[in-house]
Ligand binder design. Structure first.
Ligand SMILES: Nc1ncnc2c1ncn2[C@@H]1O[C@H](COP(=O)(O)OP(=O)(O)OP(=O)(O)O)[C@@H](O)[C@H]1O
Length: 263
C-alpha cells in the first residue's frame, strides 16, 4: 500500500523566496489499484510522483510504502517518465534487459526475460533496433517493458503517453490496462487528459491550482475489464466526466487567471 501523509513541499524560487508547491497532501493507493492524479498545469503533480519515487524529499509529512517511510529510490517502485528514458546507445533488447543486468542477473537470463517482455508489449522482432529506429509509440513500449521487467509493486507514470497521437495513445492505454490486470501492481499516474483518467482509473484525484492539495477524490465505478476505446460511450462515463470536469475546471480557470495576471 502507498500512503502520502500530510505532505508539503517548499521550493526556493529564483528570487530567493520559499514557495509552497504542495500543501498537506494526503492520499492512499490500495494494493493493486489504479489511481490517477489530475490538476491544472504547474500545480505540483510531478513533484508528488518524484517524492514517492524518492527523488525529492518532502518538506513536511511522510510517504510510506507498506508502512515504511520512503527515504530514497526503492526497488519496489518503477517510474515511467513523460520523456522517453531509454538509452539511445543500447538496442531495444539491451534497454529492456538493463534493469535485471544492473541487479546482477546473468546476461543470458536477462536477455531471455527481456525477450519475454518485448513479446508482451508487442515488440518481438525489434530486439536489435536502436531507439532512433523506432516510432514514438514503439519507444513508449520499450519504456513500458523496461519498467515492468523489474516487477514493480508500485508503478508511477508521469504523462507516459504524452506526445503520441490520439489513436496510438488509446491503443497504449488499452495495452497498459491489460498488463496491469495481469501484474497486480498499484499505479499512480499523472495525466492532463480527463477521458484517459476516467477510462483507466479506479480513483481520480483532483488537485487544486498550486499550491496543490487534494480537492476531491472520485471513485470510478465502471466495470472491468475495460476497453479504453469503448468505455467512453457508456452513460456512467459521461456522468463521471461531467462531475469531475466541473470540479477540475474551477481549478484550471483559477490557474489560468493567475498565470495571465501575475506580473
Ligand atoms: N526543483 C525545483 N525548484 C524550484 N521550483 C520547483 C522545482 N520543481 C518544481 N518546482 C515548482 O513546483 C511547482 C509544481 O511543479 P510540477 O512540475 O510538480 O507541476 P505539474 O503539476 O507536474 O506541472 P505540469 O502539469 O505542467 O507538468 C511549479 O510551480 C514549479 O515551478
Amino acid at each position: 500500500m502507498l500512503e502520502v501523509r500530510g505532505v508539503s513541499k517548499r521550493f526556493r524560487a529564483p528570487d530567493g523566496r520559499a514557495r509552497t508547491a504542495l500543501d498537506d497532501i494526503t492520499l492512499t493507493v490500495q494494493p493493486g489499484r489504479f489511481c490517477v492524479l489530475i490538476g491544472p498545469t504547474g500545480c505540483g503533480k510531478s513533484t508528488v510522483l518524484s517524492m514517492i519515487a524518492g527523488l525529492v524529499r518532502p518538506s513536511e509529512g511522510a510517504i510510506l510504502i507498506d508502512g515504511q517511510p520512503v527515504s530514497g529510490t526503492d526497488p519496489r517502485t518503477g517510474f515511467m517518465f513523460q520523456s522517453d528514458a531509454v538509452f539511445p546507445w543500447k538496442t531495444v533488447l539491451g534497454n529492456v534487459a538493463a534493469g535485471p543486468r544492473f541487479r546482477g542477473t546473468p546476461r543470458r537470463e536477462a536477455a531471455e526475460l527481456a525477450r519475454d517482455w518485448l513479446r508482451r508489449v508487442g515488440l518481438s522482432g525489434f530486439e536489435h533496433y536502436y531507439p532512433y529506429q523506432l516510432s514514438g509509440g514503439m519507444r513508449k513500449r520499450v519504456a513500458l517493458a523496461q519498467t515492468l521487467i523489474n516487477g514493480p509493486q508500485i508503478l508511477l507514470m508521469d504523462e507516459p503517453f504524452s506526445g503520441l497521437d490520439a489513436q496510438t495513445r488509446q491503443i497504449m492505454s488499452d495495452e497498459l490496462l491489460g498488463l496491469w490486470e495481469q501484474l497486480g501492481a498499484s499505479v499512480l499516474m499523472v495525466t492532463h487528459d480527463l477521458e484517459e483518467a476516467i477510462a483507466l482509473a479506479d480513483t481520480v484525484v483532483v488537485l487544486t491550482a498550486g499550491p496543490a492539495t487534494v480537492k476531491k477524490e472520485f471513485a470510478v465505478d465502471l466495470p472491468r475489464p475495460r476497453s479504453v476505446r469503448e468505455v467512453r460511450f457508456q452513460p456512467r462515463f459521461v456522468e463521471l466526466h461531467e462531475q469531475i470536469w466541473s470540479c477540475l475546471s474551477e481549478e484550471v480557470s483559477l490557474a489560468y487567471a493567475r498565470a495571465t495576471t501575475s506580473p
